[in-house]
Design a protein around this ligand. Sequence first.
Ligand SMILES: *[C@@H]1O[C@H](CO)[C@@H](O)[C@H](O)[C@H]1NC(C)=O
Ligand SMILES: *[C@@H]1O[C@H](CO)[C@@H](O)[C@H](O)[C@H]1NC(C)=O
Ligand SMILES: *[C@@H]1O[C@H](CO)[C@@H](O)[C@H](O)[C@H]1NC(C)=O
Ligand SMILES: *[C@@H]1O[C@H](CO)[C@@H](O)[C@H](O)[C@H]1NC(C)=O
Ligand SMILES: *[C@@H]1O[C@H](CO)[C@@H](O)[C@H](O)[C@H]1NC(C)=O
Ligand SMILES: *[C@@H]1O[C@H](CO)[C@@H](O)[C@H](O)[C@H]1NC(C)=O
Length: 543
Amino acid sequence: MPNKWLLRVLLVLFGTFSGVLGAFIGIDIRTNVPNFPAASYVVALLKAHRITHVRLFDADARMIKALANTSIEVMVGVTNEEFLRIGQSTSASAEWINKNVAAYVPETNITAVAVGNEVLTTMPHAAHILVPAMQRLHLALVASNLNSKIKVSTPLSMDVISRPFPPSTAVFNSSWNVTMYMLLQFLKNTNSYFMLNAYPYYGYIQGDGIFPLEYALFEPLPSVKQIVDPNTLFHYDSMFDAMVDAVYYSIDAYTFSGIPVVVTETGWPWNGGANEPDATVKNAEAYINNMITRVLNNSGPPSQPNIPINTYIYELFNEDDWRGPVSEKKWGLFDTNGVAVYSVSSLGGYSDIPGNSTGVFCIAKEGVDPEKLRNGLNWACGEGHADCTAIQEGKPCYNPDTLEGHASYAYNDYYQRMHSVGGTCDFGGTATITTTDPSYSSCIFTGRSQSIRSSGTPFSSSKLAGHTTLRSLVSAPFSPSKLDGRTTLRSLVSAPFSSGKLAGHTTLRSLVTEPTVVPTLRPINNFDSTFCYPLLTLRPSLI
Ligand SMILES: *[C@@H]1O[C@H](CO)[C@@H](O)[C@H](O)[C@H]1NC(C)=O
Ligand SMILES: *[C@@H]1O[C@H](CO)[C@@H](O)[C@H](O)[C@H]1NC(C)=O
Ligand SMILES: *[C@@H]1O[C@H](CO)[C@@H](O)[C@H](O)[C@H]1NC(C)=O
Ligand SMILES: *[C@@H]1O[C@H](CO)[C@@H](O)[C@H](O)[C@H]1NC(C)=O
Ligand SMILES: *[C@@H]1O[C@H](CO)[C@@H](O)[C@H](O)[C@H]1NC(C)=O
Ligand SMILES: *[C@@H]1O[C@H](CO)[C@@H](O)[C@H](O)[C@H]1NC(C)=O
């Protein structure tokens, strides 16, 4: 058997995947996190960091719309609940495609539909309907003539592989023998790809000391600790490469070839509970940056050097309401104010995410109707309750004394206070979002120096312990909307961290959740509420 595999691997190696395009790094976006910002803000954040690919875990209409005309490639998700509901109905599948995909293309560059998340391991009872559901969704795309641009696949976890190391002997768990065969045949026939959620963080923890941390973090291994596959003698520089190769060998064992593996989730938590000492900012920063460098070098894993490992980072924002171990909430690159948790370099190969970046500002557009701008300014300082003190005469932002400058300050102040509760950067079409901090000399725009909540403030174990509340024990352990995609993480950690899981919920939430910013409603000093900003109305020559 192993000899046969080797032969086939060699054939694949010289097969159809030479001359491929460069690899990409994408990012996973969960929209059901607390204080999820306005979609336009999220898209501005993505653009600011030159992110070219996103995976949405659902088909959030606001996000799909906001991604229109951006050229960002979008993977939309059929949630596990939707999959159960529509998977057995041809008309429901067609309806889903029409409503969530066909309605938005081509303005939104949707290129993939992910059907469920980790269905085989989280909902094994539904395994038999997975591929038929994918087929129905694919046929709906065919009917809309979208099938050549939009691929259907299903993200699976590493748990579908029984013994992932050494990669050359990895095989899919035979429990899913039939489903896996149908799945590979479907992916092959439709020119689609295998979606893998690969987490060296959990591989490292489960290895329980077998693997060096450097191996999980893409860091150089001491010569005495090289990881070599005894059958192929391939050296594995990282667990990530070994995981991807384990999937290629498992596919090969089913005598399929030419199905690329795309990593639809990977990441490292930057904070954890008392039992999660490896969930640190330092390790997360090392993992993400090294992973990006690794992926963008365009080579594949040892058995498939010509197939780049396109990869999506898990995830854009932290999930502070997620129940369970702290580490499950803390995978985000940003908080919902757009403040980076740690420095990420060369994302997408072009840009930097500076640590503590201040994110996004709302300013007046250039060249808009001065009358509209004045109305917007009056509204912001009046009903909008922006703090317009700094643009009064004698204050730091008064000069340059222009309508545009003053409106920018007021718009931004309103926006920083209100966007987390739904405030937009619009002002009758006179405002726009920017990632360039508009502050100058002593005029500091609101939002400049926010710092990330709880960053560098490790939770003390004494605070975590001893809070096994009845509430956390009796509340429904999994709310269905949260089940999607996280059960693997939970099931992986539930054994070692079961006490953390029980203790975590209420206590952790109260520790980590920042109070929602409630705008202070204060009297608007010295101003009539309709014309709260009369200075400029008296001096039209300035505009
Ligand atoms: C995208 O751009 C096209 C062409 O400029 C425009 O007609 C369309 O309204 C835009 N779509 C959205 C959702 O902004
Ligand atoms: C959408 O993505 C595909 C695949 O990368 C690309 O070829 C195409 O140009 C993109 N379309 C738009 C409108 O950006
Ligand atoms: C294969 O999957 C079954 C069903 O989920 C599970 O009980 C079994 O432990 C798995 N086997 C291995 C070797 O992982
Ligand atoms: C799957 O199961 C069938 C029937 O038990 C068996 O013939 C086949 O070899 C299995 N395939 C793999 C790849 O294990
Ligand atoms: C890319 O990274 C892999 C894995 O670390 C390494 O084996 C390979 O030599 C690198 N390729 C290039 C061209 O640097
Ligand atoms: C972010 O800010 C915190 C506190 O202000 C600081 O300790 C930390 O070093 C900063 N991180 C980076 C990457 O600059």
